[in-house]
Each structure stands twice: as C-alpha cells, then as structure tokens.
Design a protein around this ligand. Structure first.
Ligand code: PSU
Ligand code: MN
Length: 309
C-alpha cells in the first residue's frame, strides 16, 4: 500500500534512497543515533551502528539511521556520516527541543528517541527500533525529570520497538505517564513489561501480541481512528540472555548513588547512569545491551515489512 506522504519540512534532509523507498511503499526502518553517540562506548558504537544497518538490510528492509550532521537533521545517514557521529569530538545529544539550536549552530548530534521518531515520521517512515526508551526518572516528583521521549511519542504516529525502559528510571511512573499520554504499549509474546537488561521489570501489560502482523494491525487501527500516538512494542530479551538480576539490582543502587553524589542532572543523567552500569558490570551489561538492540532491530524490520505489506 502506498500512502500519500507529506513533503518533509525543508530543514530535514532525507537521503535519496530513503525517499524513494518511502515513496514506493517499500519497508523502511528508522534507527536512532543517541544510542551510538551517548549510549555505547567507543569504538564499539561504530561497529554496532554499521552492523545494525546490515542486519536490517539483510532482512529486506531499508535502514534509515537518523542524526544531525553539521546542523543538518538527516534521515538516512551514510556510512561515513555514521562514522563521523561515532568518532568526532563535540557531538551533542539532541532531543526535539535541541534540533533548532543544532541547526542554527551547525552542530553534530545524536538524536534521541523523541527527535528520531519525529524526524522519521516527518520523512514518512512508519516503524522505528531503539534499545531502551527514555521515561520518568526516579525522584521526578521533585525534579520533574521526564524524558521528552514520552510527550513526543504522544503526538508522533509511528510504531516503536524497544525493550522497555531501563530500571535506572521509575518504571511504574513511566507506564502511568504512557497511559496518561494515550500511548498504547503491547508486549511481544509477553504480558510482562520488559526491564531492558532483564526480561521482566516487575510490571504487567494488558495486551500481548504474537507477531509482526499483529503490531501492523494495531498501527493500522490507530491510523484508521485518526489517533496521533505512537504504538509501543515492548520486546523482552530472552531470559537466558538477561543480566543476572542480583548483579543488576546491586549495580543499579550504586549507579543511582553515584549520580546523586556527582550532582548529575538533566540530559546528562541517562548517559551517566548507562556508563556507570556498563563499567560496574565489567562489560556484561554492554553485551546484554547489544543483544537487546539486535533483537529490536530484527523485530522492527519484520514489523516494517508487515506495515508495508
Ligand atoms: N535508554 C537507553 N539507552 C539510551 C537512551 C535511553 O537504554 O541510549 C537514550 C535514547 O536516545 C533516549 C534518550 O531517547 O537516551 C533519553 O534521554 P533523556 O532521558 O535525556 O530524554
Ligand atoms: Mn531529562
């Protein structure tokens, strides 16, 4: 099915191969870049960026990694642009509110889930994969620290595959906010909300789907109803591959205490906590992180095919 796509705003550069794939109704999967610039250590980040694109391509889907190069918000980064964002100095983290500053000041930036989803939607892409979603931070009732991922996804009709939110966040509060914002969350072959490093965050879901076709049907129903919210597909890591829950709980407590002691706030919080957990688990959490991300890219590619159907 080919839908009429709106012309993207002139401040968004859509790579030719992505624009052509979207225009002809071929499956395209959007991928974020903050995971590469701020979520994973160098030099592994570059391998992951390129391997993920290859995995998506091998599944018969056009990958579109999204980021900002010298101020230009770009949908469908080239290999050398991905390399630049993964290796250059001074690459910032851009959520939606940071895009105008990045453009005016010609910055390089990795885009968060919020910025990536918004840019993908404006380019006509309907499915996206990430590792973990941003959400409500612990202590948010005092700090008001809630990721812009949540309000942006409320007004961005895309289908987004993630492994839930990391337990560095307040998972229960995040699920409440998703409900308030009218964002459906469905479990892929589970009724437990995944906890990123672990298969079960301890919170339940109300809807379970069994297949990529099921996800596509819900996205189509959302479109039929004229609703604007993203559909979130929560894809847990296999239990056999998850981070040991005991290790997980211990390191998490240390990470939160370290962030507090260091006075880390605002958009630095998520990268700080992720880096701490990676170091403190001796790289074990990194392997889990990569397994999660690969799984989400594979499922996202399947859903992109089902949506393009
Ligand atoms: N969660 C992860 N890994 C990540 C991020 C979140 O497990 O790399 C990144 C994503 O790009 C997400 C962003 O959109 O952090 C959220 O940051 P903030 O809380 O500042 O909105
Ligand atoms: Mn924040």
């Amino acid at each position: 099915m080919t839908l009429m796509q709106p012309t993207p705003p002139r401040g968004i550069r859509v790579a030719d191969h992505v624009r052509e794939a979207v225009a002809s109704g071929r499956p395209v999967l959007a991928l974020e870049s903050t995971i590469l610039t701020h979520g994973l250590p160098r030099p592994r980040n570059l391998d992951v960026g390129l391997e993920t694109e290859a995995l998506v391509r091998d599944a018969g889907v056009v990958p579109a990694t999204i980021g900002v190069v010298a101020g230009v918000a770009t949908v469908g980064l080239t290999e050398s642009e991905i390399e630049r964002l993964c290796t250059a100095d001074g690459v910032v983290k851009a959520s939606t509110r940071d895009l105008p500053v990045a453009r005016a000041q010609e910055l390089d930036a990795g885009t968060t889930v919020a910025a990536t989803a918004w840019l993908a939607h404006r380019a006509g892409i309907r499915v996206m994969s990430t590792g973990g979603l941003g959400g409500v931070h612990r202590g948010a009732s005092e700090t008001f620290d809630e990721s812009a991922d949540l309000p942006t996804l409320a007004v961005t009709p895309i289908t987004l595959v993630s492994a839930g939110v990391k337990s560095i966040l307040d998972v229960g509060a995040t699920l409440e906010r998703l409900e308030t914002l009218g964002i459906p969350v469905v479990g892929y072959r589970t009724l437990r909300y995944p906890g990123f490093y672990v298969a079960d965050s301890g919170f339940a879901l109300e809807t379970r789907i069994e297949s990529a076709a099921d996800a596509a049907a819900i996205a189509r129903a959302r479109d039929d109803l004229g609703l604007d919210a993203a559909v979130l597909v929560a894809n847990p890591i296999a239990e056999a591959e998850q981070l040991d829950p005991g290790l997980h709980d211990r390191v998490l407590a240390e990470a939160l205490a370290a962030a507090d002691a260091a006075g880390v706030t605002g958009h630095d919080t998520t990268p700080f906590l992720l880096d701490f957990v990676q170091r403190a688990t001796g790289g074990r959490s990194l392997e889990v992180n990569l397994a999660v991300y690969r799984g989400n890219a594979a499922l996202g590619a399947e859903i992109a095919r089902a949506v393009a159907g």
